[in-house]
Design a protein around this ligand. Structure first.
Ligand SMILES: Cc1cc2nc3c(=O)[nH]c(=O)nc-3n(C[C@H](O)[C@H](O)[C@H](O)COP(=O)(O)OP(=O)(O)OC[C@H]3O[C@@H](n4cnc5c(N)ncnc54)[C@H](O)[C@@H]3O)c2cc1C
Length: 298
């Protein structure tokens, strides 16, 4: 298939992009890596009259270390660039660990961090990582700049909190916390396929070896990535043990999620995957946090 006819602009500044978005409204689409947008245009599922190319816009591809230990990533940072970055590996190891699961190397060479988040595919890995780490995105539009927490950004099925006329410019990942550990796991039919279920887990243990924070984000279990709150409640304030980790997995798979069935997996299989993956990811995350997992109840 070929796309429907469209006009094309290559702005050089964010201000020009905002101007064009205001002029063309919902007739316009932003082009980042094109790895999701171009196929949908080729199938004519998207037929924008105006394509605004972000690839020539200055200042959107920075990878910067904040003085407070945070990491700031421009929306146009390629997934492959983040994957290979020593700074990302040092500051946000969970992101470095997860990126190889996103599609294939060829797609990651063009696909961007911002495009992936703005696309808001409920099967995507990066939104779950952003949720688990309580990251935020910076967006700019006609009324200026605002910051949106990941929890509020992913609003629904392929839907974000971006308002008309806004673009995502940056992602901010908070500094690592002492006593913290994370892990990512997913199951897909083949490496590079979208996952049937995936989990990004982040835990923090206090000096006494108790779980202080637990943030468990799941993907491919509903219309958007979600935090498994009941699973977290099994852990916070407790000394991690086999029993609490098993309870958290059980809560995630059976209480937190209401997964769909599709040609790849039944509801029961998704629940089982979530149960097992949450348990395994938490075990690894606690080990990385330097927290001893006891055998029995806490
Ligand atoms: C075969 C295949 C397999 C894939 N497998 C996976 C996978 O396993 N996991 C996964 O997560 N992804 C997967 N993807 C998607 C891939 O990660 C894409 O790169 C990503 O979804 C979109 O990024 P992009 O930069 O290419 O964005 P584009 O395709 O250019 O844009 C996607 C959407 O976001 C909008 N947009 C882009 N940038 C911005 C911005 N800065 N502000 C506001 N809106 C913006 C666009 O207008 C468009 O609507 C796969 C893609 C393919 C083709």
């Amino acid at each position: 298939m070929k796309p429907a006819p469209f006009e094309y602009r290559r702005p050089e500044t964010v201000e020009e992009v905002i101007h064009l978005l205001a002029e063309y409204g919902d007739e316009a689409k932003l082009l980042a890596g094109g790895q999701s947008l171009i196929p949908t245009m080729n199938f004519r599922l998207a037929q924008p009259a105006m394509l605004i190319d972000l690839n020539t816009v200055e200042g959107l591809d920075g990878l910067d270390a904040g003085d407070d230990g945070s990491l700031r990533m421009g929306a146009m940072v390629r997934q492959a660039m983040a994957e290979k970055s020593a700074l990302v590996a040092e500051r946000v190891p969970l992101l470095a660990e997860t990126l190889p699961y996103v599609a294939h190397a060829q797609i990651r060479n063009r696909g961007t961090i911002g495009g992936n988040l703005a696309h808001a595919d409920p099967r995507s890995e990066l939104p779950a990582v952003m949720l688990a780490l309580a990251a935020s995105v910076t967006v700019r539009g006609p009324d200026g700049e605002r910051s949106i927490g990941a929890r509020d950004f992913f609003a629904g099925f392929f839907e974000t909190a971006l308002e008309e006329g806004e673009l995502l410019t940056e992602v901010v990942l908070p500094p690592a916390v002492e006593g913290g550990g994370q892990a990512f796991l997913e199951v897909s039919r083949r490496l590079g396929d979208y996952a049937m279920v995936g989990v990004a887990a982040s835990v923090v243990c206090d000096g006494a070896g108790r779980c202080d924070q637990a943030s468990i984000a799941l993907l491919s279990v509903g219309s958007r990535p979600m935090l498994a709150e009941r699973a977290s409640a099994c852990l916070v304030g407790e000394r991690p043990s086999r029993a609490t980790v098993v309870a958290a997995g059980h809560a995630a798979g059976n209480q937190d999620i209401d997964p769909p069935a599709d040609m790849h997996a039944s509801v029961a299989y998704r629940r089982r995957l979530a149960t097992v993956l949450v348990r395994r990811a938490l075990t690894t995350a606690f080990e990385r946090a330097g927290c001893v997992i006891g055998e029995g109840a806490s």
